[in-house]
Design a protein around this ligand. Structure first.
Ligand code: SF4
Ligand code: SF4
Length: 260
């Protein structure tokens, strides 16, 4: 089961779900454009009725801050009820986003409950690694999480800043740290043609994760879901270019690779 959290501390040029970056400011503009009457306002908060929604995404296209009204506020009890319904059909829970780690206290409490009730379920975190997981405040969060899936978007600091708006200092620290404590399940790099030094990133990540069971997922940039002005600027790599990068990772002893 994947749980997506709203809000992100990065602002990636190629973000595939940019409507998850900012939280809604309740300006109500989207209510007017929803022909399915799936949006309403209650106590100054936008409410989304997913049963009425036809997924036309007119609301998202209208939102002045690139947010989305298609979110639901869940308590831990609400989420446990959702998990209870599907517990026989899933292997575990993955929290994603947005950036899930911005809600680390909520997630720690959720994972603790999941482990208490259904010890067979894995609790995974999908993260951009932007916060420093070695800080004391994240200790319990890291301990409660079974494994992390970490994005390494660019190895070069300035390239990372241009792509995401922030430094990659914590990201690289987290790569080394999570591997050292055996909590790194997978690393992902999205490959964009021409604008990123993809080989530099794959080479340096591979050197760190080599000889382990950590999977390296090499992901082809696709314009699907990307903000229109950005989609025009960015280009997808060819299959051959992706295979070259996979070959580079394998030459540095990465045992498990996947191109998607
Ligand atoms: S996607 Fe948005 S605008 Fe379209 S029906 Fe759903 S809530 Fe309404
Ligand atoms: S989702 Fe966007 S348009 Fe709708 S109320 Fe929130 S900020 Fe306004």
């Amino acid at each position: 089961m994947a749980i997506f959290f709203q809000k992100c501390n990065f602002n990636c040029e190629y973000c595939h779900n940019p409507e998850t970056i900012k939280e809604c400011i309740n300006c109500k503009k989207c209510i007017e454009v929803c022909e399915s009457k799936a949006l309403s306002e209650e106590n100054e908060i936008i409410c989304w009725d997913n049963k009425k929604c036809c997924d036309c995404d007119q609301c998202i296209k209208t939102c002045p801050i690139d947010s989305s009204p298609k979110t639901i506020k869940y308590s831990i009890t609400d989420l446990l009820q959702e998990i209870e319904r599907v517990k026989f059909f899933i292997k575990g829970i993955t929290v994603s986003g947005g950036e899930s780690s911005l809600n680390f206290e909520f997630i720690t409490a959720l994972f603790k409950k999941v482990k208490e009730l259904w010890p067979h379920l894995d609790c995974f975190v999908d993260t951009n690694g932007g916060v420093d997981f070695q800080l004391e405040v994240y200790k319990e969060f890291v301990e409660t999480t079974d494994a992390f899936m970490l994005d390494i978007k660019a190895w070069d600091l300035e390239e990372h800043r241009a792509l995401t708006g922030v430094s990659n200092e914590n990201v690289i620290k987290n790569l080394i740290y999570l591997k050292s404590i055996n909590k790194l399940f997978e690393v992902r790099t999205v490959v964009v043609k021409d604008v990123l030094n993809n080989a530099l990133t794959v080479k340096n990540v591979s050197k760190i994760i080599s000889d382990g069971a950590i999977r390296y997922k090499i992901i082809k940039y696709r314009s699907f879901g990307v903000r229109l002005d950005r989609a025009e600027k960015l280009r997808s790599p060819s299959k051959e270019e992706l295979m070259e990068l996979e070959k580079l990772a394998k030459s540095l002893n990465v045992k498990s690779t996947l191109i998607i």
